[in-house]
Ligand binder design. Structure first.
Ligand code: ADP
Ligand code: MG
Length: 289
């Protein structure tokens, strides 16, 4: 009985979808959207309402004068379809107003080595180490990065960012500074950027994993993400830096979660970090506003 009922429901569902598609096709813009994406009938049928939403959001944007009158589901963004390997995906792209905001952010002053003030004597040995690193860097030799740990606001991120920017501008290195807790969130939520981001994290010349230990540990974040990136970078001899408020021993504890298996997995990550870096400490006054 249930099977017959299920089949009947399925059939009704199918008819509803067909009807919705037929109705949507009254709209010329809908038809040309489907044509431009080269969708077949089945795809168009299962995605009718989403495609209609794309057109509606585009229409909103046409008459929009700024964020205050944004009518789209995700403010400052517009739903866009894309075809990737013959499959249809939808993602939110920044609108023209949002793009201006992003451009302005990108133009914000880039910290370089010359901007670093040297009034904090506790930073001196790190700055000296960075100077040597900068001089010796030529893009061909493998070098160890730093595992720079210490107190909150002591300048860890600031100093390493200056070094990275300098290497990017003056020595044409490709760099990536990834705030670790945020990175995990993005990888988890933004399916469309996952592949691109992982590729970048594995391949850039210099990677800074900023604030490791501040994230909420999950097996996925530790083994699938961090483990994969570090293993790749170790094998390929890619330069990797870390900042953390935790010492390497504290980080091991943090990554250990609960069970015995996790202890082994945490150990494995710590071994990779030790292979990739030199351990340095920076404990100083908090300079954050
Ligand atoms: P941490 O990453 O260690 O928590 P930050 O790198 O964020 O700390 O440093 C806090 C702030 O201190 C930075 O935003 C920066 O403005 C300032 N700062 C730290 N060191 C220097 C320095 N040598 N020259 C100029 N500003 C610095
Ligand atoms: Mg920091």
């Amino acid at each position: 009985m249930t099977l017959v009922k299920d089949l009947k429901v399925n059939k009704e569902h199918q008819i509803n979808l067909e009807q919705s598609l037929q109705e949507a096709c009254q709209d010329k813009e809908f038809v040309s959207l489907v044509q431009s994406l080269k969708l077949n009938k089945k795809e168009a049928m299962t995605k009718t309402s989403k495609l209609q939403l794309v057109l509606e959001e585009r229409k909103h944007c046409k008459s929009c004068k700024g964020f205050y009158m944004c009518k789209n589901e995700c403010i400052g963004h517009v739903l866009e379809p894309t075809i990737l390997e013959e499959k249809l995906y939808f993602s939110y792209k920044p609108c023209s107003y949002q793009r201006k905001v992003l451009e302005a952010q990108n133009k914000k002053k880039v910290v370089r080595m010359k901007d670093i003030d040297t009034k904090d004597k506790k930073q001196m040995s790190i700055i000296k180490w960075m100077d040597d690193f900068y001089e010796e860097y030529d893009g061909s030799k493998y070098k160890k990065g730093l595992y720079l740990h210490g107190s909150f606001g002591s300048g860890k991120t600031y100093l390493l960012t200056a070094l990275f920017n300098e290497l990017e501008r003056s020595k044409k290195a490709t760099i990536k500074i990834a705030y670790f807790p945020e990175l995990l969130r993005t990888l988890k939520e933004d399916f469309h950027r996952f592949g691109y981001l992982m590729d970048e994290l594995m391949h850039v010349d210099l990677l800074l994993i900023d604030d490791i230990g501040a994230e909420k540990v999950t097996e996925w974040g530790r083994d699938e993400i961090l483990g994969t990136i570090l293993q790749f970078r170790m094998n390929e001899g890619k330069i990797t830096f870390f900042t953390s408020n935790l010492t390497i021993e504290e980080l091991e504890e943090h990554l250990s979660l609960a069970s015995g298996v996790d202890k082994v997995k945490a150990r494995r990550i710590i071994e990779r970090i030790k292979q990739l870096t030199i351990d340095k400490e920076l404990i100083s006054e908090n300079r954050r506003d």
